[in-house]
Design a protein around this ligand. Sequence first.
Ligand code: ATP
Length: 357
Amino acid sequence: MAVSVQLTHVTKAFDTTIAVNDVSLNIEKGEFFFLLGPSGCGKSTFLRIVAGFYKPDTGELRFDDTVVNNVPPHQRNTGMVFQNYALWPHMSVAENIEYGLTLRKLGKSERDEKITRALEMVQMVDYHDRAVNTLSGGQQQRIALARALVIEPSVLLLDEPISNLDAALRQQMRDEIKQIHDRTNITMFYVTHDQVDALSMADRMAIMQDGVVIQVGTPREVYQFPKNAFVASFVGETNFISGKVQQTSNGSATIETPVGTLHSKTVYHDLSEGTPVQCSIRPEALIVGNNENNHTENTITAKITAVNYLGRIEEYQLVAADVPLKAVHYNPGIETKKPGDTVQIKISAETIIPLPN
Ligand code: ATP
């Protein structure tokens, strides 16, 4: 049975390093929750606290209504999948998966039935008797998943589970892990520094920096309404144009910047006149046109410094009043722009997000 997981003011330090700093979070039963952040921000420590390998210094951890701070790992019914698979190389696929069932003292026929079901879930039924050390990386990771799933965990913890796989296999595993979640509805925590993992699979995600949770939200909320410049640049790519607020009213603002006055209609911070801000503008929000003579609102004159044709998209590196910018154009056809061209960039006021420094 899946459980909800609640952390209340949880802190864990190692000597002088505060790896997890006063974290409070409510993860719902059956939620697929991501922890996303750069290396060293405290993601694995967080996961180990939930698994029971570390005890919080302060704060409370609950599974449903039960405080589990002092419950040892083997009594929490959590499953864990590691980046390096952590399978037993001298055992067969079935023996690896069977291990947790034997510990739980299940009979042979029940064990066999559950092993088959777990192998079906990761599409590896034909590999039942294979030695684990003859499997590819992707196949080993599926067996690691099956081993974690077979015990029907209340919470499944995944620590960078696909980062050792190549790009194509990663995409395939993303789809499969998401399907497994949808089918089993287990509460799942997934730790990663890869924004694509988080954006493509998460119900909700927490963005961590230096042990602190900076923002929690759905992928759309975090991408479209980042709380600060760190989140805006960590989740997706963005351009920053620094400036000063001239005027604000009802979710709108005009901002004085080196590339001209920008008008934003996406103001969700408390900004007053004179506040220094970074305007976050996603590359896909910069519409690169020819150097026409129709300067409307939010039009920037820029020079193209590089064009990268990538098939599905074309990227432009630009510079406007010494501010470097990046734009993305979808479905590029014939070549229309080249380095050295002067162009006009138009930006919709809805896509300019002023973030306080
Ligand atoms: P990565 O993505 O690189 O795995 P992370 O976000 O998972 O990083 P943690 O492994 O949780 O980060 O580490 C958070 C901080 O705590 C780091 O500064 C790390 O050096 C420190 N730390 C983690 N475990 C220990 C430990 N056992 N002893 C001392 N310091 C530790």
